[in-house]
Design a protein around this ligand. Structure first.
Ligand code: MN
Length: 487
């Protein structure tokens, strides 16, 4: 279980009795939050920080504790903030400043000077907040009584983002083949991705996986086929073609386990020795949260794995998607999102069907794939692009809708959605922002989740939602370009 440190600030000025009370109160509060957040993250109480050396010691401890994914700080009393400088400068875990106090209500009849000196986060948290601002450290500030549900849920959302960032720091991405020839937006600076997010992205020759595919046994394929039979409807007589995909999936799962890989890419121009492009195999892997990006798109693949981790415990699905084509009927514009094959069944409105159809491009055997219509509801589409001097996340709110008519001749799974605030604004905004045709779509996550992830990883974020206005967005992009030059 990953955990957050719960660190309480004070100082020596108030004497032994007050510090004893601070310790007892903070222990109780950490225990309460640990109980409430237990299915997401542990909350571990830390001894009260009274001076600079104790602040530094705890921050260094948080850095080196591999189970610690983030730190909660708050000031029970006043805590002069110069003592926090060295510790905060050293801290390399995400920070939440909880602006709260032990008591919910003021004890109007009893309150005296001692009470006020003991319970003065209104005072101490402002002093502490100043130094975090002065140091330029990104953090989440949550204000409110710690037992209130909205406060607890904000801490839970922070914890989820911390867990996803921590996951990213250990993420290994396999690229089978390289980036698709001549495609720009799917490419990027892999060294910079590792520096900023920890994503370790490596090329593997397709031959490495071909050898493993050849070694897959009939009984391993049988096991895979049994799983498919439970989850999906077999809508083809061409069982051998489906078994071929089962073989790919079994081989990929073995490879990922051996190499500790949680995300991958492939490239349909580089399939030497593989009969079909992986379709059903990739779709079934994505449903398990394994990151995927087609055509060598390592950024979308890694982002998918990280956002699946962030969405753990939430209702809804998260996966790779591609913007494909439109219905441009005036004022009823819809987007049809799909891919050559690889659409995750987490978005299926009904039971996905396994079908075999020819593939228009790539010159390979007809591949098996899952075909289905998409779910309805609110979602986000997130794209990561490499601006040369920084990464940018573009996050659009979308509304997934039922397809207005059947598409009996379309041999792939498809989603349909409305772009917010309207097609003309939202689609133009996306293009001004440089958003890719590859995205991670999530019905589990919200713009606020992506915003917090961007903030804590110091990533530029452009949001497109019901409030977007094109002239303001263009101005925001110009200012962002200017700011990036001063970083
Ligand atoms: Mn694509």
């Amino acid at each position: 279980m990953k955990k957050l440190y719960f660190i309480t600030g004070s100082q020596d000025l108030y004497g032994e009795e007050t510090l004893k009370q601070v310790a007892a109160d903070s222990r109780e509060m950490a225990g309460f939050l640990d109980g409430k957040l237990g299915d997401t993250v542990g909350v571990e109480w830390m001894p009260t920080v009274r001076d600079a050396s104790e602040a530094l010691e705890l921050c260094l401890k948080a850095n080196t504790d591999t189970d610690c994914v983030g730190v909660i700080t708050w000031m029970h009393t006043f805590s002069p903030a110069k003592m926090w400088i060295r510790g905060l400068e050293a801290l390399d875990k995400p920070l939440l400043h909880l602006h709260t106090q032990k008591n919910e209500k003021l004890p109007y009849d009893e309150i005296d000077m001692d009470f006020m000196n003991l319970n003065q986060s209104a005072h101490g948290d402002r002093e502490y907040g100043f130094i975090v601002t002065r140091l330029g450290i990104p953090r989440e500030v949550v204000a409110g009584y710690y037992e209130h549900d909205d406060v607890i849920e904000k801490i839970r959302n922070f914890a989820r983002v911390c867990i996803a960032i921590d996951f990213g720091k250990n993420l290994r991405v396999a690229m089978f083949g390289s980036n698709m020839r001549d495609v720009a937006v799917t490419d990027g600076d892999r060294v910079e991705s590792q520096i900023r997010y920890g994503w370790n992205v490596n090329y593997y020759g397709i031959g490495d996986i071909v050898d493993l595919i050849d070694e897959v046994t009939d009984s391993e394929v049988d096991d895979m086929m049994k799983e498919y039979a439970v989850k999906y409807e077999m809508d083809t007589d061409d069982v051998d073609t489906v078994r071929e995909q089962a073989k790919y999936e079994a081989a990929l799962r073995k490879f990922f386990k051996a190499e500790r890989i949680n995300a991958f890419t492939d490239n349909f121009q580089d399939l030497h020795g593989v009969k079909q492009l992986a379709g059903l195999a990739v779709q079934d892997l994505m449903a398990d949260g394994v990151g995927f990006g087609a055509e060598g798109d390592y950024k979308t693949s890694a982002l998918m794995a990280v956002l699946c981790k962030l969405a753990e415990g939430k209702q809804g699905g998260t996966a790779f998607m591609e913007d494909y084509t439109y219905d441009l009927t005036k004022d009823e514009e819809l987007e049809l999102a799909s891919h050559m094959l690889e659409v995750s069944p987490v978005f299926a409105a009904g039971k996905p069907k396994i079908q075999v159809h020819p593939l228009g491009i790539g010159g390979k055997a007809d591949p098996a794939r899952l075909v289905f219509d998409g779910v309805e509801g609110d979602a986000v589409a997130v794209s990561m692009i490499d601006m040369g001097d920084r990464f940018r996340l573009v996050c659009a709110k979308i509304r997934m809708v039922k397809q207005p008519k059947p598409m009996p001749k379309l041999p792939v799974a498809r989603l349909m959605w409305k772009i917010l605030p309207d097609f003309a604004t939202g689609a133009a905004a996306w293009i001004y922002a440089g958003g890719a045709h590859h995205v991670v779509v999530s019905t589990a996550l919200t713009v606020d989740d992506i915003r917090l992830f961007a903030k804590l990883t110091k990533t530029e974020l452009v949001v497109i939602d019901e409030n977007t206005k094109l002239n303001e967005l263009e101005r925001e992009l110009a200012i962002n370009d200017l700011l990036a030059k001063f970083k």
